[in-house]
Design a protein around this ligand. Sequence first.
Ligand SMILES: *Cc1c(COP(=O)(O)O)cnc(C)c1O
Length: 380
Amino acid sequence: MDVRGGALLRNLQRIREAVGPDAALIPMVKADAYGLGMPQAVRALRPARPWGWGVATVEEGSLLREMEPERPILVVAPVAPDSVPAGVAARLSFGVSDVSFLSRVVREAERQDRDVAVHLEVDTGMGRAGFDWRTVREWGPRVAELMRGRVRCEGAFTHFHSADLEDAESVKVQAERFRDAVSALPKGAGAAMLHLCNSAAALRMPELAQGGVRPGIFLYGGRPGEGLPEPEEVLAVRARITLVRQVPPGTTVGYGATYRAGGWERWATVAIGYGDGIRRALSNRGEALVAGRRVPIVGRISMDMTVVEITDVPGIEPGDTVTFLGSDGGETITLEEMARHLGTNNYEVLTGFTPRLPRVWREADQRPDTSQDHTEPHGD
Ligand SMILES: *Cc1c(COP(=O)(O)O)cnc(C)c1O
């Protein structure tokens, strides 16, 4: 996998332009930066001067803390109570969804004699985490009660369930529920920073992003939703041809012999398979790019090999490159095209590549389809 760090940074800068200079940027680097590699993503995004980083687990946060001694690291997802000590020790900020978890954090902060910041999550319809917006008069005072001593409320947030859809009505409703809940909080629980928006919401309704934003998918080159700006392409997944053969009519290929050559065909065996994250469901269905041309994947994808039919592409030899995601010449296979074949979304495609597939971060910001090496470094 080739990853262009400069494109990642420019995508974050586009979010910055959309939301204005005052909103706090909290790039989401959970799940190893959506599968691309957290340390490299953090290095690539630093020049945009984010306020902090978003992760999903204490393990991710602790790993990130080793390379990021100062900036806040927010664990947005609820974590198991027994993860609290490690989170406090790594000076992570916890997203908080219930009073008993918050008391656990308070006790641990006192035990370790450390200051801890928390962000109150308000559930306004997502239903998986957060204090219920309807019962703020019950939990608000109990939260305020606990915000003494070592624990401080640094922010409050909510998460939209349908910001990717063109119809923004549900986003408005959730935003109102959030405002209502926040304004009903007692003084003691008053949250400094309010952050509501993922990538799609930040681009669709930047007026909601005044406090802060938590962009993810857009940074990594995924289209965030209907009718929204497209990000710059960030990654390409390529592999080498290891074998080229001319096969007579009737030749079968792959487990189950699910494909049979209709006439004389040329097939190329490529050194990549579902063991790398090229999903088996793309068998006889997905396409790849060879010398700038689209070719079909034929037969079942194996763990380590995939066969493409290259009858119409002359001059292909072992060692040549096949592109499964990204651009080659004028053609592009997007995350969204692959997601469509698989019946899933671009997020699952991104996070589905396995550790065997090397992540090669290109510091020099070179487009894969140009031969000119323009070596302008990124950074501040
Ligand atoms: C993953 C996540 C985000 C980022 O969403 P994108 O759609 O990838 O921009 C923001 N907030 C929370 C709470 C998340 O879990």
